[in-house]
Design a protein around this ligand. Structure first.
Ligand code: PEP
Length: 281
């Protein structure tokens, strides 16, 4: 992934017609967790109406508490993929927590005639799950979004990305999502988006930022701007190539991370702000 001095290959790749590189920007707004078909439908329709072709949809949720909603798993894949195809979504970032999920996703997409594409997401709790990384690295059908580990060094997280590449899949995007701090305040995690240019310098991976999981709430500054928006702007101005962000039509009904979700009617302004930040930079 560009960590060796004699490796001068170009960064980036194209997947299902969408280009990912260190020089462009893709937005993945969507549901943290898939819940009911209506919410998925509303989300995807809003994305289509706003010209977006990527989204995030969590089917397999890695929860800290075993009694929390764990995601619908493979049961929701057929209708999520069908709706994605219907609304022109080309890439869904979807976290997997076990290698068997690759087969479940692949089988379902195959049965439906591949109406959409999937980017396999490795969450912060699995950044150093080396057997999972090796299994994902051994397949080359799906690109990978690897999250930074929240309690390890940047170098250790970059080495984790190398596990994917060393097994054969170099279509990897590295995602900054904040670091755990002792205080945990005022944000859920310490926003680390100043590291975007550092990761781009150290590797040839496109870099993603996740303002939702970094900030973790809908707190806003006295001028009425949401901290999630401030953090997004920081990431984009720092050169991020992808933004992963939680939206929900009814955050109070969301089964995971509702308090940090942006509202559907905030989507157009959010996308416009990102465009302005990107262009200005
Ligand atoms: C997520 O993106 O849904 C998620 C659980 O993020 P993280 O792994 O960064 O906590």
């Amino acid at each position: 992934l560009g960590r060796h001095k004699d490796d001068h290959r170009q960064s980036g790749f194209t997947y299902n017609g969408v280009e990912f590189s260190q020089n462009n920007l893709n937005i993945f707004a969507g549901l943290c967790a898939v819940d009911i078909p209506d919410h998925v439908e509303m989300m995807m329709r809003a994305l289509e109406d706003n010209g977006e072709v990527c989204t995030r949809m969590g089917a397999y949720k890695p929860r800290t508490n075993p009694y929390s909603f764990q995601g619908h798993g493979k049961g929701c894949l057929p209708w999520v993929f069908e709706k994605a195809g219907k609304h022109g979504i080309k890439v869904i970032a979807m976290e997997i927590t076990h290698e068997s999920h690759i087969e479940e996703i692949d089988h379902c997409l195959e049965q439906l005639g591949r109406p959409t594409g999937v980017m396999l997401q490795v969450g912060t709790r699995n950044t150093q799950n080396f057997e999972l990384l090796k299994a994902i690295g051994r397949q080359s059908t799906y690109p990978v979004l690897l999250k930074r580990g929240f309690g390890i060094t940047l170098n250790e997280s970059l080495n984790a990305a190398e596990y994917l590449a060393s097994e054969g899949n170099a279509n990897v995007i590295f995602c900054l999502r904040g670091m755990k701090t002792e205080a945990g305040q005022p944000h859920r995690n310490m926003v680390d988006f100043a590291h975007v240019p550092a990761v781009k310098r150290l590797t040839r991976m496109p870099v993603c930022v996740d303002p939702s999981h970094s900030v973790g709430s809908r707190e806003q500054s006295p001028d009425g701007i949401l901290d999630v928006m401030h953090a997004t702007a920081q990431g984009v101005v720092a050169g991020a190539n992808m933004v992963l962000v939680d939206f929900h039509p009814k955050p109070e009904k969301a089964l995971v991370d509702g308090p940090q979700a942006l509202l559907m009617d905030e989507l157009p302004a959010y996308l416009e702000d990102i465009r302005l930040c990107h262009e200005t930079w």
